[in-house]
Ligand binder design. Structure first.
Ligand code: ADP
Length: 390
């Protein structure tokens, strides 16, 4: 808006009738506007170029180019299209003429005789509307700029996340080697010259070996966690029964040691990676055994059903110690544990489960109350549905 330094809006008052022009100018100047006069269409176009006004008061009947044509020219030129045009015509104008005036882009319309108060109020209202329109445009522009910035930050974040994952993967991989050396040599030392050391010295060896083993488990879990992010699973029709059988085979010792009762119903086939889904079952069942109610043999039941949306919903239910409401979300974060060293673990298991299930396009969550057992639930796409999409 080309307002003067005092803030007054700049108007061009176009009318070929000198007396009318004079009266209108007085009225508008009294209302605080800065007004320039033009007696015909040519002068109006020149003044618009020169003064860059906020609004043109346009008499329709002009001796050279008529007001409707002047308006059309103003509105069709990018440099002047934003200038407001308030057309004023004789009372004799017909409805189609009035419509034509507005259709060429005039922003408002008054018919002679124009009441001075109505004129000033109409000019003010048009200027107010324009100010709001400009403010909206500015907000829109700011939003668009923010959006561009957000997309850029998002991309940078994704890149740095990928870099971190790669770093964790390579770092963990390289750490395994020296650690394996420590464990092997401690064991060798113990085997070859164990009898030369006292009992307390041999206990120190055991502490070192245990520490190295714990670290090795942690590293392979981090490796597994970041490894899942490195590769998209190849999803194929997979029997959940087979994945569960794989997990139970690996867990047979701890199931027997805890005198756990693991039961299951026939499970459907899903789109998935059998080994990764086996890992999910393994983590969940191992947790059900680890976090059992003291003195109560663990019972774990695995079942599945079709959800109304078509996905397969799997449940792993236990009779363990349960989880407080405030922890239900957090336990899926990496390294988040609710227990100390008394129960072994490193807080990666559930984070890994979540990563696997999400990379299969599903969700995982837990339903639990402290002291009342837990049910871990996850969704997967059924094999049949995904096959039919091919
Ligand atoms: P970890 O078992 O190595 O600590 P997880 O990521 O598998 O790590 O589990 C995170 C935490 O969630 C555990 O430390 C435990 O407090 C809680 N939790 C997991 N599974 C169960 C369960 N079945 N019952 C009770 N608490 C559980």
């Amino acid at each position: 808006m080309n307002q003067t330094q005092t803030g007054a809006a700049v108007l061009i008052n176009v009318d070929d009738h000198e007396a009318t022009r004079y009266v209108r100018k007085r009225v508008l100047e009294k209302a605080g506007f800065q007004v320039h006069d033009a007696e015909n269409g040519t002068a109006a176009l020149r003044l618009v170029d020169e003064k860059r006004p906020d609004l043109v008061l346009m008499d329709v009947h002009l001796p050279d180019i008529d007001g409707i044509e002047v308006t059309r020219r103003l509105k069709s030129h990018p440099r002047t299209a934003a200038v407001l045009v308030l057309q004023i015509s004789a009372s004799a104008i017909t409805a189609p003429q009035a419509t034509a005036a507005l259709n060429t882009g005039a922003d408002g319309y008054l018919v002679e005789p124009v009441d001075p108060d109505v004129l000033v109020a109409t000019v003010r209202s048009l200027l107010r509307l324009r100010a709001v329109e400009r403010a909206l445009n500015n907000v829109n522009q700011e939003l668009a700029d923010k959006n561009v910035e957000l997309t850029r930050v998002n991309q940078a974040l994704r890149r740095s996340n990928e870099d971190l994952e790669r770093f964790a993967y390579i770092g963990s991989h390289d750490l395994q080697e020296p650690l394996r050396n420590i464990t092997t040599h401690i064991q060798l030392l113990d085997r070859l010259s164990g009898d030369r050391f006292s009992e307390s010295e041999r206990q120190l060896f055991a502490v070192i070996e245990n520490g190295a083993l714990r670290m090795s488990t942690l590293i392979s879990d981090v490796l597994a966690y970041s490894g899942i992010a490195q590769q998209q699973p190849s999803l194929q029709p997979t029997s959940l029964d087979d994945s569960l059988a794989l997990a139970l085979q690996d867990l047979s010792e701890s199931v027997a040691a805890a005198d756990a009762n693991v039961t299951f119903e026939p499970l459907p086939s899903v789109m998935g990676d059998a080994a990764q889904l086996g890992r999910v079952f393994q983590n969940l069942i191992a947790n059900s055994i680890k976090y059992a109610t003291p003195g109560v043999p663990p019972c774990v039941h695995i079942s599945a059903e079709r959800e109304s949306g078509g996905d397969v919903l799997v449940r792993v239910k236990d009779n363990g110690i349960g989880i407080g409401a405030e922890h239900l979300e957090k336990i899926f974060e990496p390294f988040k544990r609710l227990h100390g060293r008394d129960i072994p673990g490193n807080g990666i298991g559930l984070a890994l489960c979540r990563r696997i299930i999400e990379s299969h396009g599903g969700r995982i969550w837990v339903d639990s109350r402290e002291g009342e057992g837990s049910t871990f639930l996850f969704t997967l796409r059924p094999a049949a549905q995904a096959v039919s999409h091919r």
